[in-house]
Design a protein around this ligand. Structure first.
Ligand SMILES: [Zn+2]
Length: 327
């Protein structure tokens, strides 16, 4: 029987208050059941301050967004937060947020939003499920979403469901080992993908090789490096080749392990376009042997700035596709 979907007979819309918290900025918005985000607002994270600065800034942002939207009826609170964290309890200790060490973010939000379910996951996982729900990996039941930025993170959808692992950490592609004798990683390991390919490591490598910005007033960062690479600076080009190759090698291993349809790559360094994507695809093609490995598509992320907010809301999407704990 076909249901006539008019405003009059529709069941109340799902409306999720979605929160995306990182070391640089935090974002809050409202996301409906179709994945459409409205009233999205951002504020810089007071990440270097101790004490309650982060929590206070988050509450001010929540107040502003809820007021600007006319205090609508919301059905859940979804949160993506930088890790590490104890999951699913949502006790967070983000590396780049010094004021939050074992901060009970999920419990604090439950205290503020009594009667509403609060779900919280790693921000890279939220990016991956956002791309699977409404972005470049939509329609694929076997997908990796990953971010190459200040860090390298990711999340996995296998067999149509988010894979959590024992403590919610599955999909940490940044810490698969690419080069056993490679650089030390801030995780305590050595030769991890993140230690080689993250933005600051790529810039540091270029500097070690003798790169200086062609415009001496420009900062030593990924954007300047990308500009110089586009202008033909050979060290800058080699730095992107090195970072991208490591990602491509890692992707070949991941595709072999999991038989994936697609890998979606987002984050600052991917904004540099072909500079990173071309060496990623070349290295993948070199190392992917079997037909089922080769078949994995590698594409840039689509949701970009909104991925964190949409992904936080996705924790409530499609039943329990992206959320398995008993609330
Ligand atoms: Zn590592």
């Amino acid at each position: 029987m076909a249901l006539i979907n008019t405003k009059a007979n529709r069941t109340p819309e799902k409306l999720i208050l979605a929160i995306d918290i990182g070391g640089t900025k935090m974002a809050v918005g409202l996301v409906d059941g179709d994945g459409d985000a409205t009233h999205v607002d951002r504020t810089p994270s007071p990440a270097n301050q101790r004490g309650d600065a982060m929590w206070d800034a988050l509450n001010r942002l929540l107040d502003e967004v809820l007021q600007s939207a006319g205090n609508p009826k919301i059905t859940g609170v979804g949160v993506g937060c930088a890790g590490p964290m104890i999951w699913p309890e949502g006790v967070v200790s983000p590396t780049n947020i010094v004021g939050w060490r074992e901060f009970p973010l999920r419990r604090k939000l439950k205290e503020r939003f009594v009667d509403l379910p609060v779900r919280l996951h790693n921000d890279a996982i939220c990016m991956a499920i956002a791309e699977n729900w409404k972005g470049a990996a939509a329609g694929h039941d076997n997908a990796l979403g990953m971010v190459v930025s200040t860090g390298v993170g990711g999340g996995l959808i296998v067999g149509g469901r988010l894979v959590d692992g024992g403590f919610g950490n599955a999909g940490h592609i940044g810490h698969i080992v690419i080069d056993p004798s490679g650089p030390a990683c801030r995780c305590g390991g050595r030769g991890c993908l993140e230690a080689i390919s993250r933005g600051p490591a790529t810039v540091a490598w270029a500097v070690e090789e003798g790169w200086t910005p062609s415009d001496s007033g420009d900062p030593l960062d990924g954007k300047t490096l990308a500009d110089d690479a586009r202008n033909g600076d050979e060290i800058a080009i080699a730095a992107f080749r090195r970072a991208g190759s490591a990602v491509g090698v890692g992707l070949a291993s991941v595709a072999a392990l999991l038989d994936l349809d697609i890998a979606v790559i987002g984050g600052g360094l991917v904004q540099s376009g072909d500079l990173l994507m071309t060496p990623i695809k070349q290295a993948f093609a070199e190392h992917a042997g079997m037909t089922f490995v080769k078949r994995m598509k590698i594409v840039p992320a689509e949701l970009d700035q909104l991925a964190g907010v949409v992904g936080a809301a996705a924790l409530f999407a499609d039943g329990d596709r992206y959320w398995s704990p008993v609330d």
